[in-house]
Ligand binder design. Structure first.
Ligand SMILES: NC(=O)c1ccc[n+]([C@@H]2O[C@H](COP(=O)([O-])OP(=O)(O)OC[C@H]3O[C@@H](n4cnc5c(N)ncnc54)[C@H](OP(=O)(O)O)[C@@H]3O)[C@@H](O)[C@H]2O)c1
Length: 301
């Protein structure tokens, strides 16, 4: 059985640990608070100085070092090996539980056509640096996943798929989503609360980092209000876990009270949302995908 099955239902994303709107020491305290809870972490050297914060927290409480999902990529196997080493060295750990495979050409093309990279990625598993590979997906890379799955290559090494999935975003194209559903593939959902409370995204200028998110918040807010659930974080964690293939949702904060919301909503048995809510949001996401997502330029959304 894949060790991915032991993932915690909420994974602490570390983007906010790299943001200096709070002092370094405060961010170390948040990391320690999350470590104490036992949740897995998601990180990347791209998140400003988040790795420095984590490194300090891991030294302060080595008995509670969490299992990690780490972004690993991009253009070649050589770069992947360098990237793994960078994270192991900086964090003082000996292996990474989950490597989030981020593919750019020429590696992406090799992956699509079932090339040598599969043997190379398998070797990295056998050497023990990475314990599981999951494939990162965006609307603009959904075709890569579709090709690799349809041709029977992906299943050689890929244990699951990781993408933005929350009430306002589903970053697998409709075709890929259907394939993942039919094959009962494992999914890790990212951006739990889609960047913050839905009313703030709808009403506060600049809260939504792109206009499309503000528009989507306008469509989803009435569904949230009608649910009777008071807390957006709870709604979002229950949303992600209403889909049986979703094993975890990754959210971030650098505030103790907001971390507590994530932990509280994911600590007991997570109740699925009413099926009618899921159907309504699923319909919206199908439309959004065709209208906008699959036409989007890479990194534009
Ligand atoms: N390609 C990738 O691999 C990729 C891309 C995006 C994200 N991720 C992963 O997913 C994680 C989460 O993504 P994200 O940070 O973009 O999305 P998110 O978790 O949906 O949103 C985080 C934002 O919501 C705010 N927030 C959280 N709880 C709140 C609450 N109870 N009340 C008010 N505001 C709240 C946080 O602000 P405060 O800090 O002020 O609470 C932060 O600004 C990242 O840390 C990263 O690990 C990965």
């Amino acid at each position: 059985m894949s060790s991915l099955k032991s993932i915690t239902p909420f994974v602490f994303g570390t983007t906010r640990l790299g943001h200096d709107d709070r002092p370094f020491e405060d961010r170390v305290s948040i990391a320690l608070q999350a470590m104490e809870s036992g949740v897995w972490f998601h990180t990347s050297h791209q998140y400003d100085n988040a790795l420095d914060v984590l490194s300090r927290a891991f030294k302060e409480n080595p008995g509670k070092i969490p299992k990690l999902i780490v972004k690993i990529g991009w253009h070649s196997i050589l770069e992947i090996r360098d990237n793994i080493k960078l994270h192991l060295d900086q964090l003082g750990i000996s292996s990474i539980e989950v490597g989030q495979l981020c593919l750019e050409n020429p590696l992406k093309e090799d992956f699509e056509k079932g090339g040598k990279c599969y043997d190379d990625l398998q070797k990295i598993l056998e050497e023990g640096w990475i314990k599981n590979w999951v494939l990162e997906v965006f609307p603009w890379t959904s075709q890569t996943a579709i090709k690799a799955i349809r041709n029977g290559f992906a299943e050689r090494i890929i244990q699951g798929y990781i993408f933005y999935f929350n009430p306002l975003q589903r970053f697998a194209s409709n075709t890929l989503w259907d394939i993942l559903h039919e094959r009962n593939e494992t999914i890790i959902a990212m951006r739990t609360v889609s960047g913050g409370p839905v009313h703030k995204l709808r009403d506060v200028p600049g809260a939504a980092w792109k206009e499309y998110l503000q528009k989507r918040a306008t469509e989803v807010a009435p569904i949230f209000e009608k649910s009777g659930i008071q807390n957006w974080t709870e709604f979002c964690i229950r949303f992600a876990h209403s889909f049986p293939q979703v094993i975890s949702t990754v959210g971030s904060t650098n505030k103790s009270e907001n971390l507590n919301d994530f932990l509280k909503a994911s600590s007991a048995r997570i109740e699925a949302l009413d099926q009618r809510i899921i159907e309504q949001i699923t319909l919206l996401q199908q439309r959004w995908s065709d209208e906008l997502d699959i036409h989007a330029e890479p990194w534009s959304m």
